[in-house]
Design a protein around this ligand. Structure first.
Ligand code: NAD
Length: 247
């Protein structure tokens, strides 16, 4: 039987991959929003206490994402090209980002560990809908008008369980190349994904600077994702072109 040219690839992206598109990382904003620490706004207790404040935060971020100046950058595009090259069944893209820039660049089946800014969810029924406008406590429920105030951003808040972790760990356990891009290695469980890869897996970290998980990686490349990711993808393309499909 003909083997695939590459071992399965898992790519983990964080806020750094979207920074050059004009979406600041939390660290880039000093972790503050209107004087609040992001952790204080992005949690279920804050939503129970001050739902409008939490809605304001996500309305602001949704608007920022939909600003026409915010577009995928070369890193998003290179990852979509890599996925197309090796085939979606050998390429798993898991992101901590809640933006849709990977999809806009052409990536398919992106797994958003922490949810998506352009979706809302009913906290009663679990239904999820695409959403591009502002959301408020009094926004009518799309399918159950008798429910009031149950709509929330489709975002995994601090203290909540990231989405589809079993699927993520299944991919991690089978992967032969793990690439982490623009993630600080501070937010768990994503920060621990590198440790869930098998012993023979090659691990590459792309970031502006060292992170607490850097020692877990075999290779470190330092610089902006918009330069580093296309360069890495070009190297992989050369390997792909030169490798026989039997190796
Ligand atoms: P983080 O803000 O903690 O860390 C960002 C990392 O990216 C840092 O290590 C930084 O050195 C690196 N970085 C910054 N600019 C870079 C660039 N141009 N090229 C390469 N690396 C760069 O982000 P995180 O690790 O993703 O975790 C924090 C949480 O922030 C996540 O849960 C995520 O959902 C959320 N977040 C998401 C967005 C988004 O969706 N675009 C934006 C801000 C925060």
């Amino acid at each position: 039987m003909t083997k695939h040219k590459f071992p399965p690839i898992v790519v983990l992206t964080g806020a750094g991959v979207s920074a050059e598109s004009g979406l600041p990382t939390f660290r880039g904003t000093g972790g503050l929003w209107q004087g609040y620490r992001v952790e204080e706004v992005a949690n279920p207790a804050a939503f129970r206490r001050h739902p409008e404040l939490v809605h304001d935060f996500y309305n602001w971020r949704r608007k920022a994402l939909l600003d026409p100046r915010v577009q995928p950058n070369p890193a998003h595009r290179a990852l979509a090209e890599l996925q197309q090259l090796v085939g979606p069944e050998h390429f798993y893209l898991v992101t901590q980002n809640v933006d849709d820039l990977h999809e806009r660049a052409g990536a398919k089946q992106v797994h958003h560990l922490h949810g998506e800014l352009l979706k809302v969810r009913c906290s009663e029924t679990g239904e999820v809908w695409p959403w591009v406008t502002d959301l408020h406590v009094e926004t009518p429920h799309p399918s159950r008008p008798e429910l009031r105030g149950t709509l929330r951003p489709h975002i995994v808040w601090f203290g909540e369980q990231p989405l589809k972790l079993t699927e993520v760990y299944r991919h991690l356990q089978q992967c032969g190349l793990f690439i982490a891009i623009g993630t600080s290695g501070n937010v768990y469980p994503a920060a621990g994904f590198v440790q869930a890869t098998p012993p023979g897996c090659r691990r590459i970290e792309l970031n502006l600077e060292d992170t607490p998980t850097s020692p877990e990686f075999h290779e470190h490349r330092r610089g902006p994702a918009g330069d580093l990711v296309p360069a890495l993808v070009r190297e992989l393309q050369v390997l792909w072109d030169s490798s026989s499909s039997e190796c």
